[in-house]
Design a protein around this ligand. Structure first.
Ligand SMILES: NC(=O)c1ccc[n+]([C@@H]2O[C@H](COP(=O)([O-])OP(=O)(O)OC[C@H]3O[C@@H](n4cnc5c(N)ncnc54)[C@H](OP(=O)(O)O)[C@@H]3O)[C@@H](O)[C@H]2O)c1
Length: 244
């Protein structure tokens, strides 16, 4: 049994992931952006889940959530699932928050980052991004290229102690995916669940789609690009990725 944090678990893939992990008997920490959205998670809390609240577009709230978790109990794994498609929050929610949770949570030995097939159309122009989210800067595709690069960079820096992988869930019908999405919803969350629970799994630095590894965008695999991203995130947040 593992203690697993699923960010963005009030809806969509994150909610389904938390539901499965709870049903499997894991200790699950669910997460909502505010107290109102947390009401949708009461049934999970009744089933034993712990709950954290943080608007991940706000740096202070993300940091408070991490410090709160470090103060309580060891987290074994994180599924960095919360995501937005457009607006100024794209970079803070899709990239900066996963970085902060990765760099500051002391105990996880597994990290899973939600990417997207759309990462292939991203351009990682680090110098032009607004990491604070004061104005829209990167696109959704940019953010998913960056979070894929983050996953692979963390995997390289922290191997073999920590397993870090990225997952493309496919185009699935959620609030973000829309009703017309054509991929299977269950296949969209099963890979993340396996990556945090399969004790026989040793893969790190993988990019997964429906249980199989694929090749992500070449720039995400480039150690120089990974190091540039980690340096940019450290510069923007004042928080270095520690050694593991
Ligand atoms: N659906 C697809 O086809 C698809 C395809 C590729 C990748 N993905 C990725 O899969 C992940 C899950 O997406 P989904 O399809 O399940 O979308 P979703 O139903 O919109 O769920 C996204 C979750 O993230 C939360 N969230 C968004 N902004 C937040 C913030 N500022 N603070 C805290 N939580 C926040 C949402 O909270 P609220 O419920 O309060 O809004 C929601 O629980 C995302 O990273 C997405 O990019 C999805």
């Amino acid at each position: 049994m593992a203690r697993i944090l699923v960010t963005g678990s009030a809806d969509g893939l994150g909610r389904a992931t938390a539901d499965t992990l709870l049903a499997q008997g894991h200790d699950v920490i669910v997460h909502a952006r505010n107290a109102d959205r947390a009401k949708t998670l009461i049934d999970f809390v009744d089933r034993g889940a712990a709950l954290i609240i943080a608007d991940l577009s706000k740096r202070r709230e993300a940091l408070d959530a991490v410090h709160g978790l470090n103060d309580v109990e060891a987290v074994d794994a994180v599924i960095h699932n919360a995501g937005v498609y457009s607006g100024a929050a794209v970079i803070p929610v899709n990239v900066v928050a996963p970085y902060l949770f990765t760099a500051l949570l002391r105990t996880p030995t597994r990290h899973v980052y939600l990417s997207s097939g759309m990462h292939r159309g991203g351009h990682a122009d680090l110098g032009r991004l607004d990491w604070d989210g004061e104005r829209p800067s990167g696109s959704y595709s940019d953010s998913k290229l960056l979070v894929t690069t983050l996953a692979l960079g963390v995997a390289r820096r922290w191997a073999p102690a920590v397993l870090a992988n990225a997952v493309d869930p496919g185009w699935v019908p959620t609030k973000m995916g829309g009703a017309g999405a054509t991929d299977d919803f269950d296949l969209g969350h099963q890979t993340q669940e396996r990556l945090v629970t399969d004790q026989g799994l040793t893969v790190t630095g993988g990019y997964w789609f429906h249980g199989q590894q694929q090749q992500p965008h070449p720039s995400s695999q480039d150690p120089k690009v990974q190091d540039q991203l980690l340096a940019a995130l450290a510069g923007a947040t004042g928080i270095e990725l520690p050694r593991r």
